[in-house]
Structure formats: structure tokens, C-alpha cells
Design a binder for this molecule. Structure first.
Ligand code: CMP
Length: 137
């Protein structure tokens, strides 16, 4: 079974739509293997998004991801990575399909409600960033 990482981001937690997003994940057939509510430190956010450190939006992204609590969730399902990306929709909510998480709940390309792993390899790495083996049920 494939694993992928969802992070419900600060804008979605502030709007109290985390319950609705979790229900969408469950309705789509994902199993939750681990989940927690945390406040990311600046160092953690910088490390998690290290791949984007040369991008112009990097500092704003780190600031936004530390602006309030987030909910990392380890998800499992056959084809978890592509199926989850389909469920959340495009990075920019203006381009996201109807019925996707970002179309419903994202405010902008930057404040886009949820994170999703972009490959099977990164899914494993990103789940490991937030959860150790004993926390994965
Ligand atoms: P995420 O799936 O978490 O992966 C990287 C994040 O960077 C992305 O969602 C957005 O929150 C943010 N991001 C990507 N592209 C842009 C952009 N052009 N401007 C601002 N933020 C962006």
C-alpha cells in the first residue's frame, strides 16, 4: 500500500474546516495511519520546504506555515499519491477542479488549505518527517 502525507495548513485550521477535509479523505477511501495537531517551528518549516529554498515565495511560505497550528496526516491507500493529488486539486485554487479540497477551501496559491506529496518517494520521506514507525498505526 502506498503512503502519502497530507498537511492541513494554517488557513484551513483557522477556518475550522479541518473536520470537513478529514471527512473528504475518509470518503475517498484513504486510511489514516497517523495524525497530530502541531505548531511548526521556523526551523522545521524551513527544513520541510528546503526543496523550494531558491524560490521567491520561500520566506513567505515558511512564515505562513508557522502562522498557526497544522495537522500532518499519514495516509495510506492503493495509488495514494496520485489519488490524493486528484482529490486536493491544483496548487492554485483558481485552476482546481470542482469538488476538490482546494477548490472548496483554499484561499490562494500560497494559502492553499492542504499540502500533498508530489511523488511516491517524497511521500515516504515526508511521512517520515512527521512520524516515526511507532506512531504509524
Ligand atoms: P504545497 O503543496 O505545500 O507545496 C509547496 C507550497 O508552496 C505550495 O503548496 C504552496 O503553498 C506554495 N506555493 C507554490 N507555488 C507558489 C507560488 N507561485 N506563490 C506562492 N506560494 C506558492
Amino acid at each position: 500500500m502506498e503512503r502519502t502525507l497530507c498537511i492541513i495548513k494554517p488557513d484551513a485550521v483557522k477556518k475550522s474546516v479541518q473536520g470537513s477535509i478529514i471527512q473528504m479523505l475518509l470518503d475517498a477511501g484513504f486510511k489514516i495511519r497517523a495524525m497530530k495537531l502541531i505548531q511548526l517551528s521556523k526551523a522545521q518549516a524551513q527544513k520541510f520546504y528546503e526543496v523550494h529554498k531558491e524560490r521567491p515565495f520561500y520566506n513567505d511560505l515558511v512564515e505562513y506555515m508557522t502562522s498557526g497550528p497544522v495537522i500532518p496526516i499519514a495516509l495510506e491507500k492503493d495509488n495514494a499519491v496520485p489519488d490524493y493529488r486528484e482529490l486536493i486539486g491544483a496548487t492554485d485554487p483558481a485552476e482546481a477542479k470542482e469538488g476538490t479540497v482546494r477548490k472548496k477551501y483554499a484561499a490562494s496559491k500560497a494559502e492553499n488549505a492542504v499540502h500533498g506529496s508530489d511523488s511516491v518517494e517524497n511521500g515516504v520521506i515526508e511521512v517520515g518527517f512527521f512520524f516515526n514507525d511507532s506512531e504509524l498505526v
